[in-house]
Design a protein around this ligand. Structure first.
Ligand SMILES: Nc1nc2c(c(=O)[nH]1)N[C@@H](CN(C=O)c1ccc(C(=O)N[C@@H](CCC(=O)O)C(=O)O)cc1)CN2
Ligand SMILES: NCC(=O)N[C@@H]1O[C@H](COP(=O)([O-])[O-])[C@@H](O)[C@H]1O
Length: 291
């Protein structure tokens, strides 16, 4: 009902949306999804293919408010948890963007299975609390899955970002943070993903396969390794004489750009879900453009 009321208030006469007579799109009310942190207020579909429903997010509502002379709805700053197992260069890129102000979120906690890794050291040097997960064998250190969920909830973490984390995220965390956990993988999934595909193993496999392109994939996390919904990818050339290290460096540079841009969209609530379950990123500059 709420979606209908909201929808009827904004969409049919909203100037930023294709006019109802627009041949390509017709405006349809859509159900506002639960707890995705995204307001979906207006949807449109290509006639004859009802499956492809595109929804626009609160940006359209803000435009509507502007037209009516009302202030835009301020987007709440998001609370982030980052999970690492190694050097943490993606974590550092995200943290730098948060400090710079381009990323509308704060890293509240660093979670790692390797408390001595470079990412954990950077966190301690920047006053970011470090939590060990999973428990270290025979050690007192570390949380159980339930303890980790409780800790993240008590910090009111909105999103979890995996960045070179090499352990399987348990189903307790997946259920507690549905559609709110992202991972970055250093190949163009679904190729070269799954158990055993991490770090240099991925780049060695790409080169051995003769693939001419590789690149980072950012996806939502489900119970299995690398099978969640793909949100963003960038293609990177594989050169004939590339070593795995050279390819890794080229892909990593693109990872930093892609992860920061994707998390910026996440924090600004510019992620929308197509009716067939594919997540899209809404352009910051043009609310009618999605990628
Ligand atoms: N539930 C999920 N957990 C994790 C995912 C995911 O998609 N769903 N992504 C991984 C990250 N990852 C690829 O992006 C990945 C990491 C590790 C492995 C792997 O094979 N790990 C080895 C153990 C390695 C080690 O302990 O040094 C293994 O499980 O045998 C594959 C893919 C993070 N978690
Ligand atoms: N399958 C998971 C995986 O291989 N992740 C990869 O680990 C590296 C972590 O680098 P970082 O610690 O410098 O961010 C990154 O290349 C990331 O894509």
């Amino acid at each position: 009902m709420e979606a209908q009321q909201t929808f009827s208030r904004f969409c049919p006469r909203h100037p930023a949306l294709p006019p109802p007579s627009h041949k390509k799109f017709q405006i349809l009310p859509c159900v506002v999804p639960k707890n995705l942190g995204i307001q979906r207020l207006c949807c449109s579909y290509t006639p004859g293919n009802k499956k492809r429903v595109f929804c626009v997010s609160r940006t359209v509502v803000d435009e509507a408010n502007k037209v009516k002379g009302e202030a835009a709805t301020p987007v709440r700053r998001k609370k982030l948890a980052v999970f690492v197992s190694g050097g943490g260069s993606n974590f550092k890129s995200i943290h730098h963007s948060s400090l710079k102000g381009s990323l509308h979120g704060d890293v509240l906690v660093l979670v790692t299975n390797k408390p001595d890794c470079g990412g954990a050291e950077y966190a301690r040097n920047n006053d970011i609390p470090v939590v060990v997960f999973p428990k270290i064998k025979d050690g007192s250190d570390g949380l159980s899955p339930t303890e980790l969920v409780d800790a993240l909830r008590s910090l009111q973490v909105d999103f979890i970002l995996l960045a070179g984390y090499l352990k399987l995220i348990p189903v307790e965390l997946i259920r507690a943070y549905e559609n709110s956990i992202l991972n970055i993988h250093p190949s163009l999934l679904p190729a070269f993903g799954g158990k055993g595909y991490y770090g240099m193993k991925v780049h060695k496999a790409v080169i051995a396969s003769g693939a001419r392109y590789s690149g980072p994939t950012i996806h939502f996390v489900d119970e299995h390794y690398d099978t969640g919904r793909i949100l963003a990818q960038r293609a990177v050339p594989v050169l004939a004489n590339d070593t795995a290290e050279e390819l890794a460096a080229r892909v990593l540079k693109e990872e930093h750009r892609l992860y920061v841009g994707t998390v910026e969209a996440l924090c600004e609530e510019r992620i929308v879900w197509r009716d067939d379950g594919v997540p899209l990123i809404q352009s910051k500059d043009n609310p009618n453009e999605f990628s």
